[in-house]
Design a protein around this ligand. Structure first.
Ligand code: BGC
Length: 746
């Protein structure tokens, strides 16, 4: 069977007999969330609903900006939190729970996960996405997809592809070179598609190198179906399609939401002979296949159990950035000041289509008070600032008074949904000035100061970082975040999150800064593959906290690694880890590959494997991480393939993207990089050619005379034709021709 042939119960011959007027409506929505049924073929209508961390199922009025209420559902930790967990099992638990909720509501397709790369920290939708790294995004997205779909409903992995900003998201063209697309922006989708078989893929709003994603045949058919073997349906992002026939021909099966003009356009195009009816039939067959997924069940979800799960997952997502003097966890019996409006009105999720009507929300202050009652801590509260950002001197002085009387002050700070959401990007990383003023005023008087942050995208820590003792980055943790934070602060849970994105010292240091959010309709991905930590580690540029950073209340040691070759260009890495501290805790083992092999510039290191383990005090475990061939490969644009270059590869176990803990080097024979030589190829390419390089030197007589290095460098960049013409060397006419023949035949 060809990859673009639907694999389902409705063969297209049945569909071919249905008049075009009756089947064309299936290819656009029936309304905002449902597809059209086709009773004569027994194809039912299916229901699609957001989203990636909680259901936005609107049984009443419908929209996609979350203006109208949706039915109550559990708000699990959003993508940013799951990304920071570095835990595929956690993503799987979340996916399964979402799958259960979707099935109980009769939702057939959940619109998530979002696996776009966080190219810039300013992207308004970073709260929905996992990481600045494709390996983290792909592994978590695949785990989420597999377990959600095991409950019956399907997913829609989104937004395919290179949708990394909100500014002009419907018109912008992401200008990305081929290697960067292959190595950075596509692998997370590729992994989800090839390893987890998502029911659907959602095309994005933007253009890629000038062609709209929803009308991009290379993307939706040649890459997704023919190369990756995708057999599900491609659906559009909401209201993106402006030419239904072009979209269909490119491989887009379902346009959402409803659009009468599109149905007519398909009918007219088939009637006029402009559109092959078989294309319509294939797409109808894919929708028919979606409709064969199990119909939702009416088993009520245990809301309490899901709330407890939301709390449990959230606690493994928060990242302890700083913990001077081991100020955290807070010991029993001390006086604690809780400061900040967010402690009473928490920011726990994002704005836009992903917004969930949470079944209930933990209030951090209440959860802290609840635990303090058992630990013998006293709690005093002061709001410190207002959430509308209007400065209020008396709130600051009240907060300072409360802080002065305490042993430890915890300041809750962050960004409101008005400051970051789907639909727009931020223009700065700063926290609101009035919140920074409160942090600094409190830190100036408090014995110890802890800051707990709530934000969907990272915020700058500059201007106050050194004045506080501890920083717990909670991001947005979902409805159970309040209890999760209380559990971490009092040491009931050991913090185990790791940054899935770099926190720079300045926005201007970030590799995306020069080219974000673009101009005149285009955004140039000028940093190429050097996205996020790949740039900082390569340039050796200082950051506030690197990708992968996260502290713990206990201490883990990592022993020497053992690298075992498991196949051609693939290895298994074994790493012993021991919890030498006095508390149980989870630890993330991060494995990177560093190499300069090959004819292309490579990032200093790239994350290629990770796993999270739980160790009791004194316990050891040897973790095994597979590094397949792809972990060592680069995308070669001259031949359009993944290539493992011959050379040395350093396998590094790191604490974060700039701290190597253990390493070991292996050498691969790799792929033969021998291309066909012509007289127009640079002399350097002739010299380096694995088959005829040495004989080229002989033909030119360079093996007998000593040529000064600086002259050789000049020569390397000349074409062989030019060199032969100007060198004055006496080269036998057919000598080079013979060498070229060898490379042609090789
Ligand atoms: C968003 C999608 C979402 C859809 C439906 C769009 O605006 O980009 O992520 O799934 O709306 O709400």
């Amino acid at each position: 069977m060809r990859a673009d042939q639907p694999d389902n119960v409705h063969d297209t011959s049945q569909i071919a007999h249905v008049p075009i007027e009756r089947k064309a409506p299936l290819l656009t929505g029936q309304n905002f969330w449902q597809t059209e049924p086709l009773d004569e073929l027994g194809i039912r209508s299916i229901w699609l609903a957001d989203g990636p961390y909680g259901l936005r199922y609107q049984s009443g009025k419908q929209d996609n900006l979350a203006v109208f209420a949706s039915d109550p559902a559990t708000c699990f930790p959003p993508g940013v939190a799951v990304g920071s967990s570095w835990d595929a099992e956690l993503a799987a638990k979340l996916g399964a729970a979402l799958g259960r909720e979707a099935a109980s509501m009769g939702v057939d397709i959940v619109l998530g996960p979002g696996v776009n790369i966080k190219r810039s920290p300013l992207c308004g939708r970073n709260f929905e996405y996992y990481a600045e790294d494709p390996h983290v995004s792909g592994v978590l997205g695949a785990a989420f997809t597999r377990s959600l779909q095991a409950e019956g409903p399907g997913v829609s992995v989104k937004h395919f592809a290179a949708n990394n900003q909100e500014t002009n998201r419907q018109t912008i063209s992401s200008e990305v070179d081929e290697r960067t697309l292959r190595e950075i922006y596509l692998p997370a989708f590729e992994r989800v598609v090839t390893e987890a078989e998502p029911a659907t893929v959602m095309s994005s709003y933007n253009k890629i190198n000038g062609v709209s994603a929803w009308a991009n045949r290379w993307l939706l058919t040649e890459l997704l179906r023919d190369e990756w073997g995708f057999r599900g349906a491609v659906i559009s992002d909401w209201s993106s399609v402006t030419d239904r026939v072009a979209a269909l021909e490119a491989g887009l099966d379902l346009e959402m939401p409803s659009e009468d003009a599109s149905v007519q356009a398909i009918v007219d195009a088939v009637r006029d002979g402009r559109l092959d009816e078989e294309i319509v039939d294939s797409s109808v067959a894919r929708l028919a296949s979606l409709a064969t997924r199990p119909v939702g069940n009416s088993t009520a979800v245990d809301a309490d159990a899901h709330h407890a799960l939301a709390r449990e997952l959230a606690a493994d997502c928060a990242v302890l950035l700083r913990n001077e003097h081991n100020v955290l966890p807070i010991p029993g019996g001390v006086d604690v000041a809780v400061i900040g409006a967010f402690a009473k009105a928490p920011r726990y999720q994002g704005g836009g289509s992903a917004h969930v009507n949470a079944t209930r929300v933990d209030i951090p202050l209440e959860e802290i008070e609840d635990l303090a009652a058992t630990t013998g801590n006293s709690i005093a509260f002061a709001p410190g600032y207002t959430l509308d950002g209007i400065p209020n001197e008396s709130l600051v002085s009240d907060a300072v008074d409360v802080a002065r009387r305490s042993d430890i002050a915890i300041v809750f700070a962050g960004l409101t949904e008005e400051r970051e959401s789907e639909g727009f990007d931020r223009d700065s990383l700063d926290l609101p000035a009035d919140q920074v003023a409160v942090i600094r005023s409190v830190a100036a008087v408090a014995h110890r100061t802890v800051v707990v942050l709530a934000n969907g995208g990272i915020v700058s820590l500059e201007g106050w970082h050194d004045e506080v003792d501890a920083i717990l980055e909670g991001f947005v943790l979902g409805q159970g975040g309040g209890r999760a934070i209380a559990n971490i602060v009092f040491g009931i849970v050991n913090p185990s999150g790791r940054l899935a994105e770099t926190i720079p010292l300045r926005l201007e240091d970030h590799p995306s800064w020069m080219n974000f959010p673009g101009e005149q309709g285009q955004v140039r991905y000028g940093e190429g593959v050097l996205v996020g930590y790949r740039y900082f580690a390569t340039a050796g540029a200082p950051v506030r906290y690197p990708f992968g950073h996260g502290l713990s209340y206990t201490t883990f040691t990592t022993g020497a690694l053992d690298v075992v070759v498991t196949g051609v260009d693939s290895v298994s890495v074994r790493v012993p880890v021991t919890n030498v501290g006095s508390r149980a805790g989870k630890h993330v083992v991060q494995v990177y590959v560093a190499t300069s092999a090959g004819p292309i510039r490579r990032p200093a290191r790239e994350l290629r494997g990770f796993t999270k383990i739980l160790l009791q005090p004194g316990e050891s475990e040897t973790v095994e991480i597979e590094l397949p061939r792809r972990a060592f490969a680069y995308w070669d644009t001259t031949i359009g393939e993944w290539v493992v270059a011959p050379g040395d590869y350093r396998i590094e176990v790191c604490a974060d993207a700039s701290t190597v803990v253990q390493h070991s080097t292996i050498t691969f024979e790799g792929d033969r990089l021998a291309g066909e030589l012509t007289l127009e190829a640079p002399v350097g390419t002739w010299f380096d050619h694995p088959e005829v390089g040495h004989r080229t030197l002989q033909v030119l007589g360079f093996d007998k005379v000593e040529i000064p290095e600086e002259q050789l460098i000049m020569v390397r960049s000349m074409t062989m034709r030019q060199f032969v013409r100007i060198s004055g060397l006496d080269i036998a006419d057919d000598a080079l021709e013979d060498l070229m023949r060898v490379t042609r035949l090789a």
